[in-house]
Design a protein around this ligand. Sequence first.
Ligand code: ADP
Length: 744
Amino acid sequence: MAASKSLLDSLKKPEPTNFRMTDFRRELHLRHKREEHAKKEKLRALQESKYVSRYAITIDTSRARSNCDVLRMSIKELGFKEYPFGRKDNCCDVHWHACHFEENPEVFGGKVNKFPGMSEICSKMTLFRCLDIMRDLFPTDYDFYPRTWYLPAQFHEFSCEIRKMHERRVKPKPTFIIKPDTGAQGDGIYLLREPNEYSSLSGKCHVAQEYMSNVYLIDKFKFDFRIYVLLKSLEPLEFYICQEGLARFSTLPYENPTNKNIHESFMHLTNYSLNKRSSTFNRSDRDDEGSKRTLTSVLRRIAMNGHDSNKVWKSIERIVCKTIVAIVPEMKVEYQAAIPPGKTGPSCFQVLGFDILLLQNLKPILLEINASPSLSLDSEQEVSPGVFEYVLSPKDEEVKYPLIRDTLLHVVPIDKLKYFRKKKKQRLLKKLKASTSQKSKRPDPPVKQRTSIVIIKADESDEEKREVNVTQQMSEMHMDVDSHGDSTARDVNSDDERESNIKSDTELDEEVDNYFETKLRESCLKQLYPAIYDEECERYRILERVAGLFIFFLGIRGSLRIGPTGFRTFARKCRLNRKGMTNASVDIMYIDLQRRWDHMNPERTSGKKGNGLCYQGFLDACIEIARRKFYAPTKIEMLENLVDHCELNLNLRDNDLANNLPRLHFRRLGLQYRQGSMYAMPRRVIDQMTEETTIEDLLKAHEKKLRQPSREDIEAFLRKSRRMIYQPSSGSRVISVTKSPDSE
Ligand code: ADP
């Protein structure tokens, strides 16, 4: 009975299989579609990531903080791709950090806009110590910064000097400026005239400097220059100066320091961050007016006052070169500690801010280097009493925007730039062809056409969307990027006008090709080194060779200090015992210098950086050894003799050391590696060469040198050296001295 009922029921019910089948099919169909879609998405993402990694120039701005505005403007103009929150894999071409190299330790490739340890190197104590060392070796060349004492370590010397000046009744009464070692924006700075006015209670280190009171005034106000410098690379050394900068003015008319006005910071300090609080701060937008002006407007004013402003600018360029050369050895030591040879890491570049004061006689004086100069484009303005508002500052924009844009153009990978350019050209030509064929189809052209050139914008995923309009003035500094998706060919006023707007393929080819070249040519950045000051700075680069030796003997990778064993090895391997340095004297020297430097640099010696002798201590040791055992008429010659001796006794074919030494050193001194022997031609000999010099002359010139070279040594040197052309056919006159190809 039950069985027949269920049979009946089943007969009454509509056939379900069909329904289920369609449902199932629909489900299947939908799933299939979803899978297809996901596949397409995946493919698109893959293409996108391929596109990004192949030719989109990517900038990580997640740590750029106050630099973001100016950076974003530049990225937009250049059509690069910004990652405001960084990339998961940290693979960007440029990582922009606001303060330090170490801000993102996960970066292993691309470029970072900070060098390791740069803020420490630019701290007042380290910077002026580096300069003091150079002044010691080249007294007349390094006379562009005030005399400096390091407090509290040198308090005794400082107070003795003040007492002596008082005794000599120096007029005007000497004044000194005290600055905290790591201070900025005028914080903690004060002037004093008696040593007992120095307060060491804070426990901080300070520098005391001679106060330069005879400064050049404009409209009765004191001012200083902010000069921007791009340090593009360390090895090989390459840096640029920005041809526009800022002049920051004090806000109280200047008077020579007296006991009465010594505390007037608005009169004696020119920091913008300080003077903007003054009620007399002048916010004029005019170039040549106000408390903040452009560098060029002030130079023009100096020229109008009848002075040679070009000479002033040249002196500033020289100061920049000499200062950078002075800090490069320290930078190399820090660099190898952060990125030891063999370890993958990013390469670095950095924009530095040099503060320079002008004396009455128009001699520029270096005050400090800022490792992170302000790049913000806005300034505070008081809209009503006590209420401040941030507004865009046209002067800051005029200076900082081209600086950052051109910096990016200099540092992004050159191969990507080429690829980027090629793609841009391809799109452009494709669109051009499309627009010409459209033209032939349509008898009535649309009303207006603003553009006829199309480029690819790297920051949108869809290829079509990447196409943006660009005005025809490709070579103009401001490229007019319009983000309207597919509006490739706009309307024209008339057929004729459109005809004239569309250029030939080759013309466009050239135009796009020229785009980046024009930008680089019109760049506000001018190469100082090696382009202009290569020859002039060569002799200052001796300390890089000392840094090379220091790095070679560091022993532990990533360390900043040489231990007692490393120092002993240095003396042994360089065969200093042959010059009469006993093991005991080496040990005593090490202990003595290590103690002295720990005392000089208490803030940098404690903690993670470990025990041992720092680079500056090692340099002191070298100078001391050179003085004792390599006597020569001048300090620089003594040091050169010591370094020559060390390099000669070390196996320089060892790649580690060769990599650590400056490229220039090999080029200039012509170090030659030949099987089993090495021959170094001293610079003195090279300098004395003329077109009349013969090999015999050169053999004689070496008589008193470290190792008498053979005729073959000299011949090999002449053949291989890039500075000279060897002409065996011309008899005994075998040399013709030519300029180095790099310096032309
Ligand atoms: P900070 O890093 O705090 O800005 P600076 O060294 O730039 O310190 O000094 C601040 C200001 O003090 C400078 O802008 C300049 O006007 C003034 N100043 C600094 N050193 C001297 C000096 N030796 N002689 C005259 N003025 C100085």
